[in-house]
Design a protein around this ligand. Sequence first.
Ligand SMILES: [Zn+2]
Length: 93
Amino acid sequence: MSPEEMWQLVERRRRRFIGTLITAAVLMFVGASAIGQIFGDRYGMITLLVVLIGALLFIWRDWRCPACQKGLGVEFRPRVCPNCGARLAPPGS
Ligand SMILES: [Zn+2]
């Protein structure tokens, strides 16, 4: 895999990571409070937890190094993979 391809893969995953965070935040604040209003606070809490766990699971599964498939942790812009050392920064930077 060329450095260019690696970078594009990581960048695409990073966008999905951000998109998941934003979607989860919106669902948690808007969805959970709406469901809480309609069905009661208990269901609002359950919705909150389900969204949170779902988002974390998705990020955990998706936010991985394209070279070794190991998790990249909470680092948002890793320059190199902490596991295999593959370069994840844009080529030429
Ligand atoms: Zn790696």
